[in-house]
Design a protein around this ligand. Sequence first.
Ligand code: CDV
Length: 323
Amino acid sequence: MPRYLTVGAAQSGPIGRHESRRDAVDRLIAMLRQAAAQGCDLVAFTECALTPFFPHWHIQDPLELDSYFETELPNDHTRPLFDEAARLGVGFHLGFAELARENGTTRHFNSAILVSPAGQIVGKFRKIHLPGYREVHHNHPFQNLEKRYFDVGDLGFRTWRMQSAVMGICICNDRRWPESFRSLALGGAELVVVGYNTPLNNPDHPEMDHLVSFHHQLCLQSAAYQNGMWVVGVAKAGEEEGVRQLGGTSIIAPSGEIVALAQTFEDELVVHQCNLDAVHAYKNDIFNFAANRQTQHYQAITGQTAAIAPPLTEENSPDASPS
Ligand code: CDV
């Protein structure tokens, strides 16, 4: 019997700075109920789904900054979401900012969890590829301070078996690095959820602004195909506190085809019944890792940390005479 998993990708519209955690959770619960009514087994919420994407601002007061983080889940604000999901028997993925007190240290992560239909946290991922910078860029219209506010995730790319599927998570910028999806695929992932907050403008490279949506889809579609997996990309969309963000929440089949796509920049549920067995044609044949990967040729690069400089040409040679 084919294994089907009906997935709801729950795009969030902008969350205003004035909105409380409870406001945000109420919006997630509304989409959760809609998903249950449409027969979803799993609902995927976005990256930092409980708050505005605060790395876009320079927050100087450490207490104010910490107010965007969760010290535990579920907590008083999020318990209604956990309870409602368990009552409806729906599993979910939730991105959030995590303040972790472990082994006598306090660290901050950009995290996401996978929660079973019974309400148990089955897995947690902490974002590994942090974009942006530590220092405030005063000349930019908005900031990208993930490197300042978050530590690099320390849990690796793990996979978990839930609802008859092997699932994995990566978060936003992780999707631009093929190693993220390949690591998850090597862990057997059949379905990967990716939440993202992606501005439509890159202040450092405005010449690339028209390619933001293309680069996003390029990463997700190639990842799905090259790893024989379902990919669920969930956006924070629309203009949030002056930052215009990419929407385009989508569900992508192992063929690389987009099978469901959001039409708005608001809270919107995108649903698809995913045939998990569709991964086999890819995993067992074209991308049969055991039969086709030539790992003896990869070892030289897997431990390499710096790029090898491209060969010198007459133009870029240090000896080239100034024109
Ligand atoms: N939240 C993110 O990781 N955003 C980055 C932006 C800043 C480029 C992204 O890769 O979409």
